[in-house]
Design a protein around this ligand. Structure first.
Ligand SMILES: Cc1cc2nc3c(=O)[nH]c(=O)nc-3n(C[C@H](O)[C@H](O)[C@H](O)COP(=O)(O)OP(=O)(O)OC[C@H]3O[C@@H](n4cnc5c(N)ncnc54)[C@H](O)[C@@H]3O)c2cc1C
Ligand code: FES
Length: 504
C-alpha cells in the first residue's frame, strides 16, 4: 500500500551539533553515583551531581543523545499545551503554580549553565503560543488564559497570530525560550569530563541489585559498576516490578518533525496547536541558513499506520504555512506520558533506597529534566527542602487526567504501514511488512542490497507484537514503546534484546 521510503531519518540537532564520542565500559568500576541514560535527564543529573562533588559514571546504551533528546523540537517552556486549567481542577492552584515554577526554574537553570560555562547553545528568549483553529476549542483556550491569570503567569488571551494561518483563539506565555539541545548538552558533557566523571557509550545497564548499602549495576558486557546511588534516566526503568507500575502508568506517544530550509523571514515565537492533527512550529538557524521546524502527527507508538504519510502531511503543512525551499531533515521519536501528565522523579520503588527514576515527561521534558536533575542531586545529597519532591514523587497519589488535550486514536485516513506484498520476494528494497511465512506471522524486511530479513514479531520486552513503521523503517511496539531497527536490533528500550531472527 505504501511505497518504499528512501529518506534516511536525520535529526537537525544531531546533524548540526558536534558529535562527541566515548569508549565502551570494559572493566568493573566503583563510583558514588551511576547514571544510566545519556539524554537530557541523565546528562543534567550527572552534571549536577558531579558539581556537588560526587564521583559519577554516566552509562549510555547506544550513542550520547540518541534517544528522544536528540530528536526533539527543543522548546524550553513551561507552556505544555493546555495544562494549567486542568492542573488547577485536579490538584488545586498551589500544585499548578508549583508545576509552572518547576519548569520556569528549569529554563532559568539552562540560561545560568549556558552563561556560566560559555556554552553557545542558540538559547533565545521567545514567547510561547497555544492556538486553535477550531471553534469548538476556543473555550478551552480561554479557560487556559484564565488559569494563567489565577496563577500569576505572564501571558494573554489573543485572537491573532503573526503566522500565515487564521486562528480562533490563542494563549500566549511570556519569557519562554528555545535552544539547541545537542550544543547545550555537549557543553555539560565537557564540564563533566573536567570534573573527572567517567562517560561511556554502547554500554547498556541490564540489571540493578541492592547489596547492603551498595547498588550493583550490571552491564551487557558483564561488568559491574558498584555505587551508592543509581539514577535510571532510561525512559522506562530497567527493573520494573511485577506490579508493573511504570509500564501501566506511562504511555508512549510518537511525533514527527521536519526542518525546512527557508529564505523568507519567519516570525519570533514558538507555537503549538490545541487541535488535531497536532502541529508544532518554531524557527532556527544553522551554518548561516534559516530553517523552520514543523512537527506533529502525534499518535500512540506502534499503531501500525503509515508514518510515511505522516511525514507527507507535515510537508504539505509546511508548504502552506511558509513555502518550502527544501526539507533538509526529518525525524521522529517518542516520549512517555504519565497518567496525570506530571513526570516521575524520585525513588524508583517505595521500599528500595538508592535507586531513582526520572521519566514521564509527556513530550515536555527539556525544562523539567533540568529541575529533575537538581531534585535528584538534592535527594542524593540528603538535602530535604527541595520544593518539587512531592510534586514529582513516583509515590504520589495519581489523579487521572481528563484528556483536555484531544487524543489521537487510530485514524482511518492513514493507510496501514505494512506493504501489500504477501511474499518476502515481492517487497521493494527498504520495505517491510507483516506476512505469513510457513503458516506463521513474521516481520519481513528487504534491505537496500535486496537481501530479505525475517523476524519474530514478538517484542523481547514483555511479548507484545511489533508493527512495521514505514516512514522510519523500524519495528515499533505498541505496548511500552520499544523500537527495533529494520533488521531487528534494539534502538529504543525498554526492550534490551534484539528481535529474534526467523529462518525460512
Ligand atoms: C518529537 C518530540 C518533540 C519534543 N519536543 C519537545 C519540546 O519542544 N520541548 C520539551 O520540553 N520537550 C519536548 N519533547 C520531549 C523531550 O524531548 C523529552 O521529554 C526529553 O528529551 C526526554 O529526555 P530523557 O533524557 O528522559 O530521554 P532520552 O533522551 O530518550 O534518553 C534516554 C537515554 O537512555 C538510554 N538508555 C535506555 N536504556 C538504557 C540502558 N538500559 N542503559 C543505558 N542507557 C539506556 C537511551 O539510549 C537514551 O539515550 C519532545 C519529544 C518528542 C518525541
Ligand atoms: S515494549 Fe513492552 S512488550 Fe514491547
Amino acid at each position: 500500500m505504501t511505497a518504499a521510503n528512501s529518506t534516511h531519518i536525520q535529526s537537525f540537532w544531531r546533524q548540526t551539533g558536534e558529535k562527541r564520542t566515548y569508549d565502551k565500559l570494559n572493566e568493573n568500576l566503583e563510583v558514588d553515583v551511576l547514571v544510566a541514560g545519556a539524554g537530557i535527564a541523565g546528562i543534567a543529573s550527572a552534571y549536577l551531581l558531579a558539581e556537588k562533588g560526587f564521583k559519577v559514571a554516566l552509562l549510555e546504551a547506544r550513542e550520547i543523545m540518541s534517544g528522544t533528546t536528540g530528536f526533539t523540537t527543543a522548546k524550553l517552556t513551561a507552556q505544555h499545551n493546555l495544562i494549567y486549567d486542568e492542573l488547577i481542577n485536579r490538584y488545586g492552584q498551589d500544585m499548578a503554580k508549583l508545576y509552572y515554577q518547576a519548569n520556569m526554574e528549569g529554563i532559568a537553570l539552562a540560561r545560568e549553565l549556558a552563561e556560566k560555562h560559555n556554552i553557545d547553545a542558540d538559547l533565545e528568549e521567545q514567547d510561547a503560543f497555544v492556538f486553535t483553529q477550531d471553534a469548538k476549542n476556543r473555550d478551552k483556550v480561554k479557560k487556559e488564559a484564565e488559569a494563567y491569570e489565577k496563577l500569576g503567569i505572564e501571558g494573554a488571551f489573543i485572537e491573532n497570530l503573526p503566522l500565515n494561518i487564521d486562528v480562533e483563539a490563542a494563549v500566549m506565555m511570556r519569557n519562554q525560550a528555545q535552544f539547541h539541545p545537542v550544543k547545550f548538552l555537549n557543553g555539560l558533557l565537557k564540564e563533566l569530563e573536567t570534573k573527572g566523571a567517567k562517560i561511556f557509550e554502547h554500554s547498556k545497564l541490564m540489571e540493578a541489585e541492592i547489596d547492603g548499602e551498595k547498588v550493583l549495576g550490571k552491564t551487557d558486557a558483564g561488568h559491574t559498576v558498584t555505587c551508592r546511588h543509581l539514577v535510571q534516566a532510561t525512559h522506562l526503568p530497567i527493573d520494573e516490578r511485577e506490579e508493573n507500575f511504570y509500564s501501566a502508568n506511562l504511555n508512549p506517544e510518537s511525533s514527527y518533525a521536519l526542518a525546512v530550509k527557508t529564505d523568507k523571514e519567519f516570525p519570533d515565537g514558538v507555537y503549538i496547536n490545541a487541535d488535531l492533527p497536532k502541529r508544532t512550529i518554531r524557527k532556527m538557524k544553522a551554518d548561516g541558513e534559516d530553517y523552520i521546524l514543523v512537527g506533529g502527527e502525534s499518535h500512540p507508538t506502534g499503531d501500525g499506520l503509515s508514518s510515511e504519510k505522516r511525514y507527507k502531511e507535515l510537508k504539505t503543512y509546511a508548504d502552506e504555512l511558509h513555502g518550502n525551499k527544501e526539507v533538509a531533515y526529518q525525524w521522529s521519536s517518542h516520549d512517555y506520558i504519565s497518567a496525570d501528565r506530571i513526570p516521575f522523579i524520585g525513588q524508583l520503588h517505595p521500599d528500595e533506597q538508592g535507586i531513582y527514576t526520572v521519566t514521564g515527561f509527556g513530550k515536555w521534558g527539556l525544562a523539567s529534566a533540568l529541575t529533575g536533575g537538581k531534585l535528584l542531586s538534592d535527594i542524593i545529597s540528603g538535602k530535604e527542602d527541595n520544593p518539587y519532591q512531592e510534586l514529582f514523587s513516583p509515590q504520589r497519589e495519581i489523579k487521572e487526567m481528563e484528556h483536555v488535550e484531544p487524543k489521537e486514536e487510530n485514524d482511518e485516513n492513514y493507510p496501514d504501514s505494512s506493504s501489500a506484498a504477501s511474499r518476502p520476494e515481492d517487497l521493494q528494497e527498504n520495505q517491510g511488512a507483516v506476512m505469513k511465512v510457513g503458516g506463521e506471522d513474521v516481520g519481513a524486511y528487504k534491505d537496500k542490497g535486496g537481501s530479505v530479513h525475517l523476524l519474530d514479531l514478538t517484542c523481547t520486552h514483555l511479548g507484545c507484537g511489533v508493527q512495521w513503521n514505514d516512514g522510519d523503517c523500524t519495528w515499533d511496539c505498541p505496548c511500552h514503546g520499544s523500537r527495533f531497527g529494520a533488521t531487528g536490533e534494539v534502538i529504543e528500550g525498554p526492550a534490551v534484546e534484539d528481535l529474534k531472527k526467523v529462518n525460512e
